[in-house]
Design a protein around this ligand. Structure first.
Ligand code: ZN
Ligand code: FE
Length: 256
């Protein structure tokens, strides 16, 4: 069983520390910066052995160089983006199995936010590390990909078991939820979730990870088939990519 620690970093990033006790290996997923990672490693008494990157943005690889030079950790990242991952040692891509101690991650190519974005799914632990592709009630902006690419990427993640915990890389949940309610105002599961999220944020608590089942019920970017969403957008008979694209376009301009 993996032991997973959440490390807040920068203004709204989450770095994830993943410890596999049988082989005594420890990975950091998307180290935005090194210092908060060092602090948790010290507290837990863990030695860093791996760095798993989902994509090349600075708030995901900023700690790569320092942590690698201090620990000799192996850096794993997207083959499709190897030139932009500082210090990359092992390149992985869609369908690869990456063995991490006694655990194994399945890798998915999930382009859209960036062209080389990947996600790591530890099936036996119901854990998905999806970077900036899928957020709680949201998804990443399309900096380098098309809506069709991003929808295809999200469809791969949506097909995983509903119990899968979604370890995304930012605390954007409250703002995402406000947008979600604006496009699905009558979604009772969403309204109830937002009440809980508002209370958690008021207490300063993290809202991540959620589960995929909860996301499928409340995240408009996983719900292009929702009749209510389609009705809000005036796209009753459109295909899923068109509905997804319009949802993303509206979110980009949303000031909640
Ligand atoms: Zn990013
Ligand atoms: Fe990010």
């Amino acid at each position: 069983m993996l032991e997973i620690e959440r490390i807040p970093a920068l203004s709204d990033n989450y770095i994830w520390l993943v410890h596999e006790p049988a082989a005594n290996v420890t990975a950091v997923v998307d180290p935005a910066e090194a210092e908060p990672v060092r602090a948790v490693l010290r507290t837990k008494g863990w030695r860093l052995t791996h760095i798993l990157n989902t994509h090349h943005h600075a708030d995901h690889v900023g700690g790569n160089a320092a942590l690698k030079s201090e620990t000799g950790a192996t850096i794993v990242g997207p083959r499709a983006d190897r030139a932009r991952i500082p210090g990359i040692d092992v390149e992985v891509g869609d369908g690869d199995s990456y063995v991490f101690g006694a655990a194994t991650a399945t890798v998915f190519d999930v382009p859209g936010h960036t062209r080389g974005h990947i996600a790591y799914w530890f099936a036996a632990d119901d854990a998905l590390f999806c970077g900036d592709t899928l957020f709680a009630m949201g998804c990443g902006r399309l900096f380098e990909g098309t809506p069709a690419q991003m929808w295809h990427s999200l469809s791969k993640l949506r097909a995983l078991p509903p119990a899968t915990r979604v370890y995304c890389a930012h605390e954007y949940t409250l703002a995402n939820g406000r947008f979600a309610l604006s496009v699905e105002p009558d979604n009772a599961v969403l309204a109830e979730r937002m009440r809980r999220i508002e209370a958690m944020r008021a207490r300063g608590e993290a809202t991540v990870p959620s589960t995929l089942g909860v996301e499928i019920a409340t995240n408009p970017f996983l719900r292009p088939d929702s009749a209510a969403l389609r009705s809000t957008l005036g796209l009753a008979d459109a295909d899923d990519v068109t509905v997804f694209a319009e949802t993303r376009r509206r979110k980009d301009g949303f000031r909640g």
